[in-house]
Design a protein around this ligand. Structure first.
Ligand code: PLP
Ligand SMILES: N[C@@H](CCOP(=O)(O)O)C(=O)O
Length: 473
């Protein structure tokens, strides 16, 4: 399989190439030249497979440059019960007879769904870098969960350094402690005076400097990296099969959304033939995605207008993966996508309502809704009271919005994107008690912190990276 950019027809190479390069040289995102599909019969063959074998079948058509035996080995090393807490890896838990089903994606090392793909990236980077004799310096941006997942996945990897940008003071106390307590030679935490979108823009600006990127082997672990999206598509298959529906029957999925990577992975699974009816995008107060899917206008939000909310990982005003979606909606038209994304970049609205592209959006089964702080508290309380299950505020966004779109006879799967332990303050406000946390995180807030603070300045960031990589120069 070859990859192309959303902004041009230039060939970006194979899976291993886009794994290492992250962003395309033209600033676009990597997309496979085609999206392979499974027939109904093939889906039935996949249904009983354990997670790692299913991951192989779903990902293999996109990864043709790693020998079959090696890819199977990488996936078996990644998706182990010792890492994810159960044989199923992503258990599906119905909330009573009347509620939706929770797809548990947060039982990995950092307690958020990011581990599902990030653990694979850790193994895949190591494999490809070893074979090529290369190194990578990952530059990432986090609003709270990508950071710890990436750092845990890359701990001790000799050929990998991680430079992780986060918005200063905007993550939960637990999220900050998870990242900043790491004192490891290959991990560099950098708090930026700004919001997540500023961090993401800094990542893109550094990548746009081709000379700096090549000289310092800059790579990416955000969902701008295709490997993240691909690995995330697998759990939609696993969740769908766990419902035990008759062949071809539809299921709906509701996904707490920020950077649009998770729900885009669901769209990919749907495009590959999985019978997903509705893909429900759940936003918080930062509801640019909801505005688009409900009204046809995509208008990014400037840093000053991004609200601080109690689902902080979703405090995002400009969703990177939306570019991939526009690319597919345009029928793979890179010129059209570039035109739209130029408007987005200039802060102008992209309006698809009333155009043939809007028909394509409608046909893709996307629905959307939003929640407020009060909604999330009420949902956490209600799910706890009715089903005896504590959920985190992001999952609560999903459960609430998912309810709006329940269809008789069609199961609704809500993605559990983090565990409540990560957001103790909000959970306590909702139910008056602290969520449980695994033994390894007891007292983490009291640990010493290792983090540098910079202003929202790309030159300062580049100097910091260069100084860490060449301390004697
Ligand atoms: C807990 C949690 N839920 C939801 C999201 C939103 O996911 P996405 O950015 O893939 O839309 C994130 C961060 O991205 C997250 O950390
Ligand atoms: N919510 C994320 C933001 C980055 O998302 P990504 O999926 O593009 O890495 C976070 O918690 O860091």
């Amino acid at each position: 399989m070859q990859y192309v950019s959303t902004r041009g027809d230039q060939c970006l190479g194979t899976f291993s190439d886009v794994l290492l390069s992250g962003l395309a040289p033209d600033g676009g995102l990597a997309m496979p030249a085609q999206i392979p599909t499974f027939s109904a019969t093939e889906l039935e063959r996949l249904r009983p497979l354990p997670y790692a074998e299913l991951a192989y079948e779903v990902m293999r058509p996109f990864i043709t440059d790693i020998p079959e035996a090696d890819l199977r080995k990488l996936l078996r090393a990644t998706y182990r019960p010792e890492v994810f807490g159960s044989e199923e890896i992503t258990p599906l838990t119905p909330l009573g007879d009347s509620g939706p089903a929770l797809l548990e994606l947060s039982n990995g090392p950092s307690l958020a769904f990011k581990d599902m793909a990030m653990q694979f990236l850790g193994h895949a980077f190591e494999y490809v870098l070893d074979r090529r004799g290369e190194r990578v310096n990952i530059l990432g941006a986090t609003s709270g969960d990508t950071g710890s997942a990436a750092e845990y996945a890359m701990l001790g990897k000799e050929r990998v350094n991680v430079f992780m940008l986060s918005p200063q003071g905007r993550m939960s106390t637990f999220q900050q402690a998870q990242m900043f307590s790491l004192n490891e030679p290959n991990i560099f935490n950098i708090a930026v005076e700004g919001v997540f979108d500023d961090c993401q823009d800094l990542v893109k600006a550094v990548n746009a400097d081709a000379e700096f990127k090549a000289r310092h082997d800059i790579g990416a672990v955000n969902s701008i990296n295709w490997a993240r999206v691909l690995a995330q598509a697998v759990y939609y298959f696993k969740g769908y099969f766990a419902l035990g529906l008759p062949p071809g029957a539809e299921a709906d999925f509701c996904v707490p959304s920020g950077n649009f990577g998770n729900v885009f992975a669901g769209y990919l699974a749907q495009q590959m033939g999985l019978p997903i009816g509705q893909l429900v995008v759940a936003s918080n107060e930062n509801d640019v995605l909801h505005d688009f899917f409900s009204g046809g206008v995509y208008q990014v939000r400037s840093a000053e207008r991004v609200a601080v909310t109690s689902s902080p990982s979703m405090d995002i005003g400009k969703a990177s993966n939306f570019e991939r979606y526009l690319y597919l909606i345009s029928g793979g038209d890179a010129t059209q996508t570039l035109g739209w994304w130029d408007e987005v970049g200039a802060g102008r609205p992209v309006s698809l309502g009333g155009t043939p592209h809007w028909d394509a959006v409608q046909a893709s089964g996307f629905r959307s809704g939003r929640s407020t702080h009060a909604d999330r508290l009420a949902t956490i309380r209600q799910v706890d009271g009715q089903f005896g299950r504590l959920i985190d505020p992001h999952t609560a966004d999903g459960v609430l919005v998912g309810e709006e779109f329940r269809r008789p006879g069609v199961p609704m799967v809500c993605l559990e994107t983090a565990l409540p332990a990560k957001f103790g303050e909000t959970v306590r406000e909702a139910v008056g008690r602290d969520p449980e946390r695994p033994e390894r995180f007891q007292g983490i807030e009291q640990a010493e912190r290792f983090c540098e603070v910079i202003s929202n300045d790309v030159e300062q960031l580049k100097r910091l990276i260069a100084d860490h990589l060449n301390p004697n120069s």
